[in-house]
Design a protein around this ligand. Structure first.
Ligand SMILES: NC(=O)C1=CN([C@@H]2O[C@H](COP(=O)(O)OP(=O)(O)OC[C@H]3O[C@@H](n4cnc5c(N)ncnc54)[C@H](O)[C@@H]3O)[C@@H](O)[C@H]2O)C=CC1
Ligand code: BAL
Length: 497
């Protein structure tokens, strides 16, 4: 898709009809309390809309509707190919409305229109299509058993699921969760982040248009305490899939243990190392990966490579190339398609990220924060610096210097997190040994990335718990395994098994 001019994007923005109500049982409704909250454009501070502020009573209502839909089988018991067809129709509707969704996403989150157009919207379509195409190609199993029996191992949709989302990829994280959940036949109650509810509401509307039956896809905007916690504690929700901070993720384990022991999948924070060894080849390419890993999406990315660990022999050369690449990342109006760095998602988050710039390590690049925007910043650090230890979730790259491979791997693992990592070396043994030794869910060699919709994504240590997003593995989150024994004996008294 070719990009438009800023003026053209602004014209689209001015003409948008923004969804402002909760989406429950197939239609938009105000919150039962009648309350609303303002959602703002973080790049300008302007109020975009007042949105229904849901509470526990809306959660109860939506869960009841989702349960009714699940039990009567209007979605859960369709032939998988019928669910596939509906989800593919939804993907096509998203494609038809791609531009409108990209602009809405950019306005609500501060993300650049460039990323929304080239990554968030197309990957959302790809994710839905991938899981739709998967669902009628998964076979159940027949277990080894005696001649007198058949043992079936079948998968069933887990039931009513709560999907609690972050603000850093509002559309894409929605897609990562709804695609396998809906494909599996679950009914869903989605809670978008309060900062970024718009695109989730619009997708629910498009899902209805595509043919997802009423009650199956519900979206409840609102706060963590008002909507997230009641979802976590609900006695009639079978499973919760959460993406967000480790602090909040931990609470979902408490909610589950204090309610119905619902299953919980947590995809949480990261402080991801990028290890560059002395023998790394093509330092210019390595530098481009490091810059992309650290500054893409303003560093508001759980898998951002925010800790560069560089062996001292290549440090000077690598840093000079990193600085050159980083200067090619223009920052400014998210609706200007030349910009690669937009605004941070909210004033509160901006204040948090900016606070890391006021203390400590030597600034090698950037260091300025103004009006919701934080410059790509590089800091020369020591392992115990606050900026190295804490997840900042902003465009701040910390640099640590090491003498050798062993020290590099030890530092890479010196974190409570274990989401992603990369290692740059021409030595295949070190690459594979390093990839194995770093405790993280995704390790890239001589590159940066999260892989693809086709590969599982999730964390070790305090970055993750439970299942994985993406790949066929995501399907495990939203299904239960059931064993069915069938007795084939003529003699009805013969025992099963
Ligand atoms: N994907 C990731 O790894 C993400 C990590 N973060 C990290 O978290 C930090 C804080 O960002 P937040 O927006 O505060 O993340 P958060 O973890 O609090 O928010 C994620 C979701 O959980 C909900 N939530 C918040 N409090 C809740 C509660 N007590 N019970 C149930 N649900 C609750 C939120 O409304 C949102 O929908 C960021 O600075 C970043 O470091 C934030 C977003 C995504
Ligand atoms: N990087 C995609 C997952 C996340 O940031 O939450």
């Amino acid at each position: 898709m070719s990009l438009l001019t800023t003026e053209e994007y602004k014209a689209i923005a001015a003409g948008l009809t923004l969804p402002t109500q909760a989406f429950i049982d197939g239609s938009f409704r105000p919150a039962i309390s009648g309350k609303t909250f303002a959602t703002t454009n973080p790049a300008t501070g302007a109020v975009l809309a007042h949105i229904a502020s849901c509470g526990p009573e809306d959660v109860d209502f939506a869960v009841q509707k989702a349960r009714d839909a699940f039990e009567d089988g209007r979605w859960s018991r369709l032939h998988p190919k019928e669910r596939k067809e509906v989800l593919i129709r939804l993907a096509k509707l998203i494609k038809r409305n791609a531009r409108e969704l990209a602009v809405m996403e950019s306005l609500d989150s501060g993300k650049t229109i460039y990323d929304c157009e080239t990554v968030d919207v197309p990957e959302t379509i790809h994710c839905l299509t991938w899981h739709a195409e998967l669902i009628d190609k998964i076979y159940d199993q027949v277990a080894p058993a005696s001649d007198g029996h058949i043992a079936l191992v079948v998968r069933e949709p887990v039931g009513v699921v709560g999907l609690v989302l972050p603000w850093n990829f509002p559309l894409l994280m929605l897609a990562w969760k709804i695609s396998p959940a809906l494909a599996a036949g679950c009914s869903i109650v989605v809670k978008p982040a309060k900062e970024t509810s718009l695109t989730a509401l619009r997708i629910a509307e498009l899902a209805m248009e595509a043919g997802v039956p009423a009650g199956v896809f519900n979206v409840l905007p609102g706060g963590g305490g008002e909507v997230g916690e009641p979802i976590g504690r609900h006695m009639d929700i079978d499973m919760v899939s959460f993406t967000g901070s480790t602090v909040t993720g931990r609470k979902f384990l408490t909610y589950a243990s204090e309610s119905n022991l619902k299953e919980v999948t947590l995809e949480m924070g990261g402080k991801n190392p990028a290890v560059v060894l002395d023998d790394a080849e093509n330092l210019d390419r390595v530098a481009a990966h490091i810059v992309n890993g650290a500054f893409w999406n303003m560093g508001e990315n759980c898998s951002a490579s925010s800790r560069l660990i560089v062996q001292k022999g290549v440090k000077e050369e690598l840093l000079s190339r990193i600085l050159a690449h980083a200067r090619e990342w223009p920052m400014g109006d998210p609706l200007d398609p030349v910009n690669r760095v937009g605004a941070l998602v909210s004033k509160a988050h901006y204040d948090k990220v900016a606070s890391y710039l006021t203390k400590g390590p030597k600034v090698l690049l950037g260091g300025k924060a103004e009006n919701g925007f934080v410059e790509p910043t590089i800091l020369d650090c020591k392992p115990d610096d606050l900026q190295v230890r804490e997840e900042i979730f902003g465009p701040i790259l910390t640099v640590l210097t090491v003498d050798n491979y062993d020290e590099a791997i030890a530092l890479a693992n010196d974190t409570e997190y274990g989401l992603a990592a990369s290692i740059y070396t021409a030595n295949v043994k070190k690459a594979i040994r390093g990839a194995r030794a770093i405790r993280a869910g995704t390790v890239t060699v001589n590159s940066f990335g999260e892989g693809d919709i086709s590969t599982p994504f999730g964390g070790f240590k305090q970055s993750g718990f439970g299942g994985r997003d993406n790949g066929i593995h995501a399907h495990d989150q939203y299904t239960q395994i059931k064993t069915i024994w069938i007795d084939l004996a003529d003699d009805a008294d013969e025992a099963v098994a």
